[in-house]
Ligand binder design. Sequence first.
Ligand code: AKG
Length: 309
Amino acid sequence: MSDKRQRARVQGSWAKQLPKQPRPAVPHSQSANPAAASWGVHRQTTSGNFQGVEFNQPIKPVRDVPPEKIIDQAGDYEISHGPSGVSRLRLVPGFLPAQEADWMFSKLLAELPWSQKTNIRQGEAYAEPRLTCWFGELPYTYARSTMAANTKWHPLLMNLRRAVSEACGGGGCSGGDCFNSLLCNQYRDGHDSIGWHSDDEASLGPRPVVASLSLGDSRVFSLRKKPPPEENGDYTYVERIKIPLGHGTLLLMDGATQDDWQHQVAKEYHDRGPRINLTFRSIFPEPQGHRPGTKLHFSNRQADVNATN
Ligand SMILES: O=C(O)CCC(=O)C(=O)O
């Protein structure tokens, strides 16, 4: 789809292109599917001699890598229409006024029960490159490791949960307390990160609404569209979006966003101060006989250690 048509689909003050140049177009022959190669090198055997080399024109057109979009303005954005429905984002920079955000950040940094979780990937244990804590009446399992139920909500988090729920009105819940749980992430510096994943564990229910509130130093939140099945898991040509999440910014993810997109916060190689991200969600009891933490769409959380730009 042309970039122009793509932009026309999006409501609100959409998405500048990033100033940097798009990555160079890659001919099919270099794509993950060698069967699609269209450059042929033929040895001619006229008179029994090898006469030279002939390059055929590509049969298929060269594919462009879609230019990355950036969302940095307040607004509602429909980032895709399909295959699972409409994927929506709402960005609210300054959701918390700076001074309020300052003291909340210090308090949460000092007073939440932060710890480093150990996950399992391909049978190997690894420590997550960030600190976390969990609040909710049910345990939460992802990456083959479970965070125990914890009903001792910090009073500040109860207030934030109400405020975030109100901002969510019309975005999948109708005011009141939309969320029954909270995953808190602490990125101690630029080396802490979270790898590509979707918040699509079966325990979060279908089409979960996730509200993400950021405090502290700004980090780039990246999204990439899941490729269609014929790409065999190759993300080379997928759409990508970057969203700088600053102190006091709220981001709502709604609709099919967890079905059709993945997100990450990549490591950075320049100095970054600490950052807290609060992701409010709703969690439900796992169906009987269901293995906790199972993904709805088999899009495994990748190893956090691989989270890079
Ligand atoms: O830190 C962030 O902004 C993202 C956190 C996240 O992706 C998650 O908790 O699932």
